[in-house]
Write a protein that binds this ligand. Structure first.
Ligand SMILES: Nc1ncnc2c1ncn2[C@@H]1O[C@H](COP(=O)(O)OP(=O)(O)OP(=O)(O)O)[C@@H](O)[C@H]1O
Length: 894
């Protein structure tokens, strides 16, 4: 068996049995420089493979047969081929280690530090691995969430609208409904000019457009959805509590495209969806090369949005009807229209004859509701209409000098502003019409009938009702404001006076927007004083008021900038919160005491005074008529004047007991020569006056009766006691004859009272009259005096009842009693208009002091004097009557 010698081995080159692996290993681990090549097989490439194999097999066999200890020794790295090669030639080949094993050992040796290193690294890796595991565990739920979100976002992705980004899901609608809305919207978009598939594709592909639109869409969606939630909640609150809301409600109204705009080739850039969402599209202009064929979109959400087909009634019902109801309950409400010039503000607020606007509909509704509640209490409606033009406030109902704004406890008021009391819708309509004629309107480039001023119509409804002894009063104010249009100078006119108006309009609107900003930001100082408009709107914006803003917009893309501004401000105004309003605070009990009573008393006294003067005049006229009739009957036999009616004209002689007829007769006698028309008119006025006078007299009569009753009681007391009262200073002794006369008076009074009561009962609710017919006597002191006189005369056997009685008792004022005088004194003392103060006498004062105002009225020698003369001549025949009559205020001993 050939055994390869060292030489052979050393001489052998890399043989074919040197595996590539080994070679690679050699290449990878080259021996250090200078070191001898350890493996003879490797150094002898010419060595045959067979031999090598043989040698190896031999070695293997040898090793196999060796005991384990020796095998281990043999494999010891120190006894390697190198060692045997160097210093042990006698060494048996069988003891020679396999070069491969040596190599392996060597490699192992060299590998030890590497493994140690690996171990160290592994140790360091270990905590990292643990950390990773922990992170993985923690990320697991996140992954689940992501998955869930992806699932949820699937429908939204499906809802993707080209050009508008992600279409917001509408709160409260199912996915299917949302999808159908989207399809509808998509159809409309096609209608607006996106029908070209290429454009659509571009839109879908355009990442920038998508990003923009998605950005805005998402943003607004997020905001919108938040608002939707808030708003739906708040609207719910509003509907539940009957309009008690503190947030300004903002509505948007889109007007139809105008003919002029169509002709100019404008496109619709506003899309209102679901009566709530407004999509505004900005079309790229031809000059905008950077954005050519790209669209920008914005989305807004409001309390309600009205498309161009909405009717005036719908707008009113949604926006203002609640406020009108609130006003009747004592709350303040404001509606104002905001928008660019020509956007449809005036149309919304005022409307046309065929399509009346919010102002007209609100007033109609207010009166309708008042009529419905008329049985509950009293409603008083006052109306004022003003405009703010070039920073001056003007009264539209009675134009004149500019008004000055003043602030008091109730808010800012335009001093001197006419407050019309309105009784019906028609009346208000007429006033509105009149006011609008006075409003400043000029044609501009943007609008042929452009309102150049801000108009404010204020309706104050006062409701008074008696509740549990208290007079409750609720006052609600409704302000309906048509603002002038915000405008660009170019849009209107640059050179003329319109530009100055425009500047003023813009200034006030700027002030308004500053106030809105300050209110939204919750600032302490709100710059209301910056303009007249904001001063007048102070209540509506920051006061205790339910406010509604209607933003009017144009659909034309030519007005894109203005529309965007309007929508921006409207969106901002949504965040304004007005003060909380508690209607109970307004229900103020008005007890009829103290000042109010005194005030009422003064008013009544004043009225009373005036009525007395009028009464005096009528009586004077009456006397004149009588005098004329007497004069006419001068030649004829003297008419019997035993009865008062005999003094009257033939017309009067036919007086019936019916008060109306009596009144008519009186009036016709007062104006005997007047023609029919005049008479009718005057009669009407006079009838009213007479009616009020009669009422007043009735009241006085009642008072008088009370006094009489009192005095009668005293008399009765005296009669029963049969003892005259001890003489008092200023009073006559009560002689038996006097006592008898008093008794007589008493019985007569009782008779009269009974008779009158019987008459009253017959007449039912018919008011009692002071002027009596022949069968009905006036209970006056003079009457009593006359009665007493008659009795005395009868006793004396003097003139009987056929004697001429003084007609003066018909005209003698029932007023002059001590109590009455004091009443008058109060009146005059408190009234600045009556010159009784400081000792100065006035006609009314004199009238109060004297028995008859009539006799004081005329000092001329007219027909009245004839009567007077007659009366005096009669009185001469009756000394007691004369005495008492002249005394006037002194009635009798009591
Ligand atoms: N909803 C609508 N339906 C029909 N026509 C409308 C509507 N809104 C506005 N218009 C018409 O548009 C035109 C301009 O409207 P309007 O005068 O109300 O605008 P404006 O906002 O008050 O303008 P300015 O601020 O200049 O006064 C009018 O001819 C009006 O009839």
């Amino acid at each position: 068996m050939p055994v390869s010698t060292r030489s052979q081995v050393s001489g052998s080159q890399d043989g074919p049995n040197v595996t590539n692996k080994a070679r690679a290993r050699i290449e990878c681990h080259p021996e250090p420089e200078g070191a001898e090549i350890a493996d003879p097989f490797l150094n002898n490439p010419h060595h045959g493979l067979k031999e090598k194999l043989k040698a190896l097999t031999l070695l293997y066999e040898q090793q196999k047969n060796l005991p384990a200890s020796e095998r281990r020794f043999a494999t010891h790295p120190s006894i390697d081929l190198l060692g045997s090669k160097r210093g042990a030639p006698e060494e048996d080949l069988t003891h020679r280690k396999s070069p491969m094993r040596v190599k392996t050992g060597e490699l192992k040796e060299r590998g030890t530090p590497i493994s140690e290193k690996t171990q160290g690294i592994e140790e360091r890796i270990k905590p990292l691995r643990e950390k990773t595991r922990g992170l993985k565990e923690r990320s697991e739920p996140m992954r689940e969430k992501t998955q869930e979100l992806e699932e949820r976002s699937e429908p939204m992705r499906e809802n993707m609208m080209p050009g508008y980004g992600v279409k917001p899901l509408i709160a409260g609608l199912s996915l299917e409904e949302n999808r159908s809305h989207w399809l509808e919207a998509k159809e409309n978009i096609d209608r607006f000019g996106f029908s070209c598939p290429k454009v659509q594709k571009e839109l879908a592909m355009s990442s920038v457009a998508m990003k923009l639109s998605m950005g805005s869409g998402n943003q607004s969606e997020g905001k919108g959805s938040r608002f939707q939630k808030i708003e739906s909640k708040e609207l719910q609150t509003i509907s539940e509590t009957g309009g008690v809301g503190t947030r300004i409600l903002v509505f948007v109204r889109l007007r139809p495209m105008a003919k002029r705009e169509k002709e100019a080739g404008s496109r619709c850039c506003v899309r209102i969806h679901n009566k709530r969402d407004v999509y505004l599209t900005e079309f790229a202009t031809e000059n905008d090369y950077l954005r050519l064929k790209r669209l920008r979109g914005r989305h807004f959400t409001f309390d309600a949005s009205f498309p161009d087909s909405t009717t005036q009634q719908e707008v009113y019902t949604t926006t203002t009807a609640e406020l009108v109801e609130g006003v009747l309950q004592g709350r303040n409400g404001s509606v104002f229209c905001y928008g660019a010039t020509g956007a449809g503000k005036t149309y919304t607020m005022l409307g046309t004859v065929n399509h009346p606007g919010v102002m007209v509909l609100a007033i109609k509704d207010l009166f309708f509701k008042i009529r419905q509640r008329s049985c509950d209490g009293n409603h008083v409606v006052h109306l004022s209409y003003l405009e703010v033009y070039n920073e001056t406030v003007r009264d539209l109902l009675s134009p004149g000098r500019p008004l000055v704004l003043r602030e008091d406890k109730q808010g800012i008021m335009a001093s001197g502003l006419t407050q019309y009391r309105a009784y019906s819708t028609d009346e208000v309509m007429a006033l509105l019409q009149q006011g609008n004629l006075n409003r400043t309107t000029e044609p501009t480039r943007a609008n042929e009938t452009s309102s150049r001023s801000h108009a404010i119509l204020q309706v104050v409804a006062e409701y008074k009702v008696r509740e549990g002894g208290n007079l409750l009063s609720r006052v609600g104010k409704l302000s309906l404001i048509d603002l002038a249009g915000s405008e660009r100078a170019l849009a209107t006119d640059q050179r003329t006076v319109r530009s100055l108006e425009g500047a003023n309009i813009n200034r006030s609107l700027l002030a308004l927007s500053s106030c809105i900003n300050a209110l939204v930001e919750g600032k302490k100082h709100i710059p209301y004083r910056n303009s007249k408009l904001t001063q007048l709107l102070k209540d509506s914006l920051g006061g205790a008021c339910n406010t509604v803003m209607i933003a009017n917009i144009s659909p034309s893309n030519l007005s894109f900038g203005e529309t965007q501004n309007t929508l921006h401000w409207a969106d901002r105004a949504k965040e304004i919160r007005t003060k909380a309003y508690d209607v109970k605070d307004e229900l103020l009990p008005v007890p009829e005491s103290g000042n109010d009573q005194a005030k009422l008393l003064l008013e009544l006294q004043k009225e009373n005074r005036e009525l007395r003067v009028q009464l005096a005049r009528y009586h004077q006229k009456f006397l004149n008529v009588q005098a004329h009739s007497l004069a006419a009957a001068g030649s004829s036999p003297t008419p019997s004047i035993s009865s008062p009616s005999s003094l009257l004209s033939p017309h009067f002689s036919s007086i019936t007991n019916h008060p109306k007829e009596r009144r008519r007769s009186k009036l016709s006698s007062i104006m005997p020569g007047s023609n029919q028309d005049e008479e009718g008119e005057t009669t009407h006025i006079l009838r009213q006056k007479v009616q009020s006078l009669e009422n007043e007299l009735e009241r006085l009569k009642l008072e008088h009766e009370l006094q009489l009753k009192h005095s009668m009681e005293i008399i009765r007391e005296l009669t029963l006691n049969q003892k005259p009262p001890s003489p008092r200073k200023g009073h006559d002794d009560m002689s038996p004859s006097r006592m008898a006369s008093l008794k007589c008076i008493l019985s007569r009074q009782q008779q009269q009272t009974q008779q009158k009561r019987g008459e009253d009962d017959e007449g039912g609710a018919r008011p009692r009259r002071m002027v009596s017919s022949s069968s009905k006597h006036v209970v006056t002191r003079t009457g009593l005096r006359a009665a007493a006189c008659e009795t005395t005369m009868k006793k004396k056997g003097g003139g009987g009842s056929d004697d001429l009685k003084s007609p003066s008792h018909r005209f003698v004022s029932p007023i002059p009693t001590a109590k009455k005088r004091s009443y008058w004194d109060i009146t005059t003392a408190n009234s600045p208009s009556v010159a009784v103060a400081h000792g100065r006498s006035t006609r009314s004062h004199v009238a109060a002091e004297t028995p008859s105002m009539l006799l004081q009225e005329s000092k001329s020698n007219g027909p009245a004097d004839i009567i007077k003369a007659k009366i005096h001549s009669n009185r001469k025949d009756m000394p007691e009557t004369k005495q008492q009559g002249s005394g006037g205020t002194r009635l009798d001993p009591s």
